[in-house]
Each structure stands twice: as structure tokens, then as C-alpha cells.
Design a binder for this molecule. Sequence first.
Ligand SMILES: Nc1ncnc2c1ncn2[C@@H]1O[C@H](COP(=O)(O)OP(=O)(O)OP(=O)(O)O)[C@@H](O)[C@H]1O
Ligand SMILES: [Mg+2]
Length: 582
Amino acid sequence: MNEKTKKVSNKLVLLVGIQIAIISTSFLILELFESQKVFAGNSVNIAGKNRFLTEMVLNEVKDYYIKGKLIGDPISALAIYEKNLHLLKTGGIQNNINLSPLSEKFQGEWENINDLYLDYKTKIQIFVEPDSTNRETKLVEISDLADKLVAQNDVLTVQLALEVQNLTTMLIWLQAFLIIINIGAHLFMVKMIYSILKKKTEQLVKMEKEIAADKYRSFYEGMPDLCRTINEEGIILDCNMVYTRSLGYTKEEVIGKSIFEHTSEKNLDAMNESFEQWKKTGKVSNKDIWFKRKDGTIFPVLLNATTLTDDKGKLIGSNTVIRDITDIYEARKKLEESERQIKEQLTNLQKLNSLKDDFLAMITHELKTPLVPIKGYIDILISEKIGPINEEQKKKLEIVSSSTRSLLRLISDLLDAQKIELGQLKLNKDVHDLAEIVTNTVNKMKPDADRYEIAITTDLGNPIALLCDNARIEQVLSNLIFNSLDFCPKQNGKINIKLFSENKHAGIIVKDNGIGISKESLNKIFVKFYQVDTSTTREHGGTGIGLSVCKGIVEGHGGKIWAESDGRDKGAEIHILLPSVK
Ligand SMILES: Nc1ncnc2c1ncn2[C@@H]1O[C@H](COP(=O)(O)OP(=O)(O)OP(=O)(O)O)[C@@H](O)[C@H]1O
Ligand SMILES: [Mg+2]
């Protein structure tokens, strides 16, 4: 227990003691007051009934321990009482009755005089309560009373009454005084308890404030970012360790400095703008600023400022959290650099691609140009229009002619694929009968089919009017028939071309009984240069651009093309849907 607590508890004990003393004194006085009330109450009667004074007094005294009454002349009654009991001296009655012998006698015989009836001239009765605890006191009162009774006159009686009155008044005052002291003690105690409670509350509030301040401090110091507190003039009032460490200053060097001293020269305007914005709006969010270290080096940060206000809400400063974004900045710089490089490479690639396209277009054109007359003259030679050739020569020339035709087709496909890619494929559309286009194509392909002994059949149905470039549709059909011829079994191959109309569309199905197409390859075969079999031992030649050209031409007509097959050796179907005229 500390000294203060001891003092307080001593005071409290003292106060409680005072309280107990006051309460007990109060009770004592009340007791006295009660007994005096007996006399006081009787004093009124005493004045008018002096002769029966004894009777009245004893009547009231009975409440305590004596019951009884003296009737008639009290002095005589007492004398008789004395005489009959032989307890009082006979000579003392007239002047000064001494009742002590009475008390002495009563000590032993108290119980025996319980119901004593005395008669002298008139009747006297005394009832004694043997169990009373206040015998002595009351005996004295009787003796006092007896004293007064000896005088036996009104003056003495009135005097007794006045004495009783005075004593009562005095007791009332005393009681009032005690009440006042009591109230005072109470007030003092309440005040003391109040001041103790007030002190405790103040201590608690202080402790809470200290804890809050501690928490704030450790939060402030523990922040991974730079923190500074400034006033409304931009002077730094406080900062955390990260701030001083990042800028290379000591705390003493930082406090009292302007925020502009830690801003890089190139960002002074931006900082000023941000500061003014904070003063206006009380907020700054993610402001990109460059800070300056003590050694003059600079680094990028993100500023976030909040407002500090006084009790009246007046702006007094700001808490600013500053994030060093050097890493982010570096990463961003690298990213921007690689983006720039990618863009550059893309531009180069685009240039190269365009060069390649130009070259391809040029080379294919240049290749095609001499091939056309070559094939023409070979065909003239074979036809023997300019002179006879023997069988052997004819055979060789036919091989040359066929190879030249393949080469021409390849070059044409390459050229077309190029045009399709560049969106430069031109279509000369007109209304044509699709059945007629099919018949023409089949007729042209017949010699090849015959050579392989593969049968080409058609289901043409009714004529179907189509707005199309007939040469291009023919090109598509011959590409598909060439593929079927390649992948069908020789001697036993079958190719069927079926036409139909469906929902304002013309449908073409080229079906063969060849090697078929696996499920995974069904979509891929329309991709440029894709071939299912790319092995060197494959029977089928080609470059894998035929179907991509077909797709480009069909889509150029607003149609679509796809492949269906039940799998390996189950044959293949190429389906085409083109918007018809009707
Ligand atoms: N009727 C078919 N039966 C089985 N496979 C086919 C059929 N048609 C095409 N394919 C597959 O699709 C691939 C691509 O055909 P595409 O016509 O595009 O190229 P290619 O015929 O190989 O060469 P190119 O047509 O350029 O001479 C073929 O290599 C083949 O694997
Ligand atoms: Mg092909």
C-alpha cells in the first residue's frame, strides 16, 4: 500500500469512527431526550396537580422499571412507605430524604416488593419491575423526586418543570448540533470520495491517453512507408525512422524543415500544386513526386496526405504517408523499354512481312509468266501441229506438260493465298447455274480421273442460280476433286458430287471413298500449309495450301466450308454452303 492510499484509508477510518461516535451519541441523546420527555410531558401536569406529583411521575417512570401510583398526600405516602418497610430514616423526611438505604434495601428485596400495596390515609400502590437494568439510575431519580416532594409546594414543582424544559431545549440543540456535525461529516466524506473518484478518473483518462499516444507512436514508427507530420505552412513537425533513413538525414535535421527541401528541383511546382490542393480539399491521393535525399540523389514516391484539425475543426496540419516506388518505377521503366522493343520488332516484322509479300507476289508472277508459254508450246508439240513426233517423244512431252500444269497450279494457289491474306482477292460475280459449273469442272478433270481409273459421278438435281465468280467456284471444285483423286484408292476410287438447295443456300458435297480424315484434323486441314501426313515417305505431294484457298474463296462468296469423315479409311466429305439467288 503506498503512502497516499494509506492516508486516504486512515482518513476514511477516522471518518467512519466519527460517524459511529456521532451515531452512538445521537442514540444516547435520544435516550436522554426520551427520558426527559417523560419529565417534560409531566411538567405540564405537575403545575396543575402538585399534590399528585408523585403519582404522575411514577406513572411515567413505570415505563422503565416501576409501575405504580401514589395516591393522596405524597409525602405522607412516602413516609408510610418508609415506615412500613423500615427502610428510611424517620427524621429525614421533613428536610432531606435520603433514599440510599431504600436502594440498599431494594437490592436484596427487590423481587419481594413486586406487588406491594401501601395504605396511608389514601391508598398507595407500588409495582416494581424486577428485571430492569437501570435500577440505580431510577432510584436516584426517585431520590431526586423525593427531594422535590419534601418541599411540597407549587414553586418547587414549577421549578422542576422549568429545569426539565431547559434540559429538553439543551438536548434539542445538542441533537441539532450533532445532526449538523453529522451532515458536515457526511458532506466531507462525500467530497472526499468524490475527489478520490475524480482523481482516479483523471488518472485513468491520463493513462488511456498515454496508451493511445504509445500505440500511435509505435504505429507511426513501425510503418513500412515514410511518414511525416507537417503544419499548415508545410513545416515538418515529426517524421518516422523510415523517413529519416530513406532521405539520409537525422531526425533533428528533418524537424522544422520545409517539405520543399526534400522535393527534387524538377518537382517543386508539382509539390506546390499538391500542397495547395491539400490546403483546399484536405486530401492528397497517390500523387507522383520525386523526392531528394541529403546527398542530392532523387527517387520517386507516391504521396497520400490526410488532415489534422484542432478541437474546433481548424486545419492545423497533415499526416503524410509516402511510399517509395523506386522498385515499381524501375519495373515500369523496364516494361516500357521492352514494350518499345516489342513495338520496334513488330514494326520490323511487319516491314519484313510486307517485303516478303511483295517478293512472293513478284516471284510467283515472274514464275508464272514463262510457264504459261512453256506449257502452251509443249501442248502444241504434243498435238503435232508443227510437225510429227514419235511415241517416245510424245510420252516424255506429256510428262513435261503435266509437271508444268502442276507447277502452274501451285504458283496460282500461292498467288491466291497471298491475295486472300491481304484481302485483295477479286471476285467477278455474276449469276450462274451451279450445276453447269460442276459439269464443266468434272469434264475438265475427267482425263485425270480416267488415268487413275477413278469414277466421278454427280447428283445435280434442279438448276441452282448462284451469284458467284464461276472461275473461282470451278477452282474450288477442281481443288477438292484433285484432293479426292489423290486420297482415293486407284482403280477402285469413287468420287460423287451432290448439289442441293436449302434455306436460300446452295449446297455442294464432294464425297470420296478415300483414306478419310481423323476427327482432330477435320478443322485443321483448312489452315494454310497444314497436311495430315507430313512424312517424307508420303505418297501424296502438295504444299497444303489448296483447302485454305478454297476456304478463302467460299468465305469471299459469303458461304462456309467444312469437312466430315467417319475416320481412317472411311472416306471424306467436303461440304460447302453458298448463298443462292432465289
Ligand atoms: N479428300 C481427302 N481425303 C483425305 N485427306 C484429305 C482430303 N482432302 C484433303 N485432305 C488432307 O488435307 C490436307 C490439306 O489439303 P490441301 O488441299 O490444303 O493441301 P494438299 O492437297 O496437301 O496440297 P496442295 O493442295 O497445296 O497441293 C491434305 O494434305 C490431306 O492430308
Ligand atoms: Mg490439295
